[in-house]
Design a protein around this ligand. Structure first.
Ligand code: NAD
Length: 497
């Protein structure tokens, strides 16, 4: 519900360094339109001042309460404490409040010179990046003296959330084709799931054409022909890298707005940092934060205000008014003067490119979240059944493959399992392989059910008993039961298997 004055409440955290100046500039521009008739900004304390008080979360309890009740936050850049202590508040916010989709818009801006602007090639596309999963779970272990691992988690519900968001957004922006970027040719299960769920979710959006592209080809194509894409949806790490590549196409991070959208809480922020070198000098460029604010205005239904401001920003840049970080023929102006020019130019359209259509009217559409009692369990494959088919045991050893295989085969005699495969760094080294495959102190050894035992005829306990027998002779680093899901193996083959 909007507040007692019938306005939508948005938590406001100006941030550190240049944050206060660029946030004030954006609010001044909003005030020149009808935004404040529909929105109440509620200040919250986050960032450096909270870290300095010793709170490693970087946000106060009041700020968390306000954010949870508003469901929206508009934030400036925040300093990440260096050395021990607090983690990046930006990542903490996205993960804690489930802002699962990162939406970034990359468009050529007038007056911002790039290789493409000089070639007369306008750039205008969106990247939707999954924000929570992948290697960003930060689950890392040192397994042996020489090997560390980072677990990459991809969940079906997580994929469904981000794909649905991408298709819904494409629909509302009038985008006809959405691409899924992936590496499913190599990571057949994890990226394969991301890709499968993309096409599966896409069936609910018949007006949108679904296509996919392998991530390395995507990077090359974006540089060669950025206009081949209108929206690309990607897993977290790949999305992170492609987002910065895309920012480079339009002049750098300072011109790339970012929105982190969740089921309950959404975060709209500048992508650049706090720019301590120019803080307090009226030199900072508010464009990135302003463009993020425009995604926020569209998110809450204020499409008329968003279009008016965007057209005015483009007109202002086109007329040569710019801050010092942008190369231009005219002398740069300060942050306040730049904002004042945008406020003054409201109603004017850029001439060098198509103006955003300005709707006659607008209706705020945002409903704040209802606080759930418990964390919500998300499910996709609710009826899936699984059966034990064996186990992979990971061993820290310096033995050569043949000697290791002899010892392990002896250990599993008399159990329901036989040794079927050993790999090192993912490459099969037994029963076949090449002596040219160099090995390290970390083996995966695979035990599968003997021919006479059917998958499903044993539970998981025999795999644990086997683990105990192996642990009597070897140093164990990891253990993974092998399961068939609905009759299909839920595990990958080794390279060369
Ligand atoms: P930075 O983005 O703050 O600065 C890099 C360079 O870009 C500097 O020369 C700066 O003057 C310039 N710059 C950045 N934004 C500008 C703007 N709006 N207008 C004009 N010039 C601009 O990166 P950094 O120096 O690596 O980081 C400084 C601090 O910001 C660090 O504490 C870092 O952790 C934090 N940071 C925060 C965010 C965020 O809140 N989203 C993102 C990145 C960095």
């Amino acid at each position: 519900m909007p507040d007692a004055t019938n306005k939508i409440r948005i938590a406001l955290a100006p941030g550190d360094g240049i944050g206060t100046e660029i946030m004030q500039a954006c609010l001044d521009i909003f005030k020149a339109t009808e935004v404040m008739d529909h929105v109440d900004f509620v200040p919250v304390e986050m960032g450096k001042s909270v870290f300095t008080k010793g709170d490693s979360r970087g946000m106060t309890d009041d700020a968390i309460d306000t954010l949870e009740s508003c469901g929206l936050i508009y934030k400036g850049p925040m300093e990440t404490p260096t050395g021990g202590g607090g983690k990046s508040i930006n990542v903490t916010l996205r993960k804690t409040f489930g802002a699962f989709a990162n939406l970034r818009h990359f468009q050529s801006l007038p007056g911002v010179e790039t290789v493409y602007s000089r070639a007369g090639v306008p750039v205008d596309f969106y990247v939707v990046r999954e924000n929570i999963e992948d290697t960003y779970g930060g689950i890392e272990h040192r397994l042996t003296a020489d090997v560390v691992e980072c677990k990459r988690l991809i969940s079906a519900p997580g994929c469904d959330q981000v794909h649905k968001f991408a298709f819904r957004t494409a629909e509302s922006f009038g985008i006809e084709t959405v691409h899924c970027g992936h590496k499913a040719n190599i990571m057949k299960m994890s990226d394969g799931l991301f890709l499968d769920r993309f096409y599966h979710t896409g069936r609910d959006y018949p007006g949108i054409e679904c296509k996919d592209v392998i991530i390395d080809a995507l990077c090359m194509n974006l540089v060669l022909r950025p206009n081949d894409y209108r929206m690309v949806v990607l897993p977290n790490l790949q999305g992170d890298i492609v987002s910065d590549l895309a920012a480079g196409l339009v002049g750098g991070l300072g011109f790339a707005p970012s929105a982190n959208i969740g089921e309950n809480v959404s975060i709209f922020e500048a992508v650049h940092g706090t720019a301590p070198d120019i803080a307090g000098q009226n030199k900072a460029n508010p464009t990135s934060l302003l463009l993020s604010g425009l995604i926020m205005l569209r998110h809450i239904g204020l499409k008329r205000c968003a279009a008016l401001i965007e057209n005015s920003l483009l007109y202002t840049l086109e007329s040569g008014v710019h801050t010092g970080d942008v190369k231009g023929e005219k002398d740069p102006v300060g942050t306040r003067e730049f904002a004042a020019a945008i406020a003054q130019n409201l109603g004017k359209d850029p001439s060098g490119r198509e103006a955003r259509p300005v709707p006659e009217s607008q209706a705020p559409t945002f409903t704040p979240p209802n606080r759930p009692r418990e964390n919500r369990l998300m499910r996709t494959f609710e009826t899936s059944t699984n059966r034990i088919a064996g186990c992979d045991i990971y061993i820290d050893t310096l033995l050569a493959p043949s000697e290791l295989a002899n010892k392990l085969s002896a250990i599993c005699t008399g159990t329901p399992f036989k040794l079927t495969m050993m790999s090192n760094r993912g490459t099969q080294v037994w029963p076949s392989g090449s002596v040219y495959t160099e090995v390290v102190d970390y083996y995966r050894v695979r035990f599968e059910l003997r021919d006479e035992t059917q998958a499903g005829h044993i539970g998981q306990l025999p795999t644990v008993w086997l683990l105990e027998k192996v642990a009597e002779k070897f140093v164990i680093t990891d253990f993974q039961p092998l399961k068939n899901y609905d009759g299909r193996p839920g595990y990958s083959l080794a390279q060369g298997q």
